[in-house]
Design a protein around this ligand. Structure first.
Ligand code: ATP
Ligand code: MG
Length: 201
């Protein structure tokens, strides 16, 4: 064995989205992953709310208790990635402040936690209605639908707040990257955001 080069020890962290259904969490999270993946030397794990509900939390409903359990599970998986120096991107509604704060405490200890509030207002989300869920909720076909018949507690502690009413997906993802640089999680000059950047970290 010759010299073993220790990789640069980047700190792992979790980017945790919150916001109403249709706000743009999944869309922005996917764009953000494309910007970061393979460009910052850290593995990127995307935990999207729909995939989590289908694969990890298919036994859960939408009571407060089940929503809290769902967030605890997401936090647990994100911690595994974060503790090993990775980047976890979690994109789910996460309507309750206490559950988000518990995730923050755990993930800050694991490396870092950045809360992104996609604060697109309800009327815009409802007009978009990409999954047709608001129409169903208004018709009374979905009980406990966040923003209609279930609470959403806006976070007082978000590191990034982005309202997608007049901001493009790319602009929103770039704003999050800028925040990650400001907070010291990412360094500039490593081609983040470039279309075909070489990994350089
Ligand atoms: N600037 C924007 N940023 C993000 N999404 C946008 C923007 N403008 C329009 N959209 C559209 O808004 C919709 C957002 O849907 P998306 O699935 O990302 O929401 P979500 O927050 O993940 O909702 P859910 O909680 O139901 O999963 C998409 O159809 C997307 O194309
Ligand atoms: Mg989504």
């Amino acid at each position: 064995l010759h010299a073993i080069h220790a990789p640069r020890c980047n700190r792992g962290f979790t980017i945790f989205f919150t916001g109403l259904s249709g706000a743009g969490k999944s869309t922005i999270a996917a764009a953000l992953r494309a910007m970061l993946d393979g460009k910052c030397g850290q593995p990127v794990t995307l935990l999207d709310g729909d995939a989590v509900r289908k694969n990890l939390s298919s036994d859960l409903g939408f009571s407060k208790q089940d929503r809290d359990t769902n967030i605890r599970r997401i936090g647990f998986v994100a911690r595994e990635a974060t503790m090993r120096g990775g980047i976890a991107i979690c994109a789910q509604i996460a309507p309750y402040d206490a559950a988000r704060k518990a995730a923050r405490r755990m993930l800050e200890e694991a490396g870092g936690f950045v809360l992104v509030h996609v604060a697109t207002p309800l009327d815009v989300c409802e007009k978009r209605d990409p999954k047709g869920l608001y129409a169903k909720a208004r018709a009374g076909l979905i009980p406990s639908f966040t923003g209609i018949s279930d609470p959403y507690e806006p976070p007082p502690d978000a590191e990034v707040v982005v309202d997608t009413t007049d901001v493009s997906v790319e602009e929103a993802a770039e704003e999050i990257v800028r925040c990650l640089v400001l907070l010291g999680y990412l360094r500039t000059g490593n081609n983040i955001g470039a279309a075909d950047g070489q990994p350089s970290m």
